[in-house]
Design a binder for this molecule. Structure first.
Ligand code: ZN
Length: 214
């Protein structure tokens, strides 16, 4: 009898702990997301329409820059980030397509090859919150560039990873999802942005298009 009552108290204690902790953890995550979003350059800023410059110096500063970008990307729940988006016109991008994957960084990236086969997905952008658009991109692509120590790298990517890197590479050239979307979607999204409203493609009666926030 004694053991039973002890067990009950223990279980009760655990349940209480969970209930009290869960909302605090959520608040902390949301606070970090808001802080990250406040540091990410937003639509309307000319930095997003500028071409970033090649990086020639591979020192500790570059590592620090990449680490800052990784943590901002994670805190903002993004799966990629380009330097323009953190206020630096330098050709570096970071990405992480899933939680199990190590974050990657690519310096002075170039898309060497892209497949003729394309796919349309609904893309969002951390610099244009509240707006998602259908963007058609090659399914596979090969990227070259340099790692954080200046060593040449070559990445053959497919699916979501290929899409993320194309999206970030666009940022480094001052190109946004608005430029890649069908003209009618671009017009509607621009109108919504001017009014401070959100916008998403209707997709009524169509097959659901997969959505990704980059
Ligand atoms: Zn973006």
């Amino acid at each position: 009898m004694n053991d039973d009552s002890e067990e009950t108290v223990e279980d009760g204690g655990e349940a209480e702990f969970d209930l009290e902790q869960a909302p605090e953890i959520d608040e902390e995550i949301l606070r970090r997301r808001d802080e990250a979003m406040a540091r990410i350059v937003q639509y309307g800023d000319p930095l997003l329409r500028s071409r970033a410059s090649e990086i020639g110096l591979f020192d500790d500063g570059l590592e620090v820059e990449a680490r800052e970008m990784f943590s901002l990307m994670r805190d903002a729940f993004g799966c990629g980030l380009a330097a323009n988006q953190v206020g630096r016109l330098r050709r570096i991008l970071v990405f992480q397509s899933s939680e199990d994957e190590e974050p990657g960084a690519l310096v002075n990236p170039v898309m060497e090859w892209a497949s003729g086969e394309t796919e349309t997905m609904t893309e969002g952008c951390l610099s244009i919150p509240g707006v998602v658009l259908d963007v058609e991109r090659p399914v596979e692509a090969t990227f070259t560039g340099l790692d954080l120590t200046g060593r040449p790298v070559r990445w053959e990517m497919a699916g979501l990873r290929a899409r993320i890197i194309q999206h970030e590479l666009d940022h480094l050239d001052g190109v946004l999802i608005l430029d890649r979307a069908p003209a009618d979607q671009r017009r509607a999204a621009m109108r919504a942005l001017r009014r401070g409203e959100t916008w998403a493609p209707p997709h009524e009666g169509e097959e659901e298009t997969e959505e990704v926030a980059i």
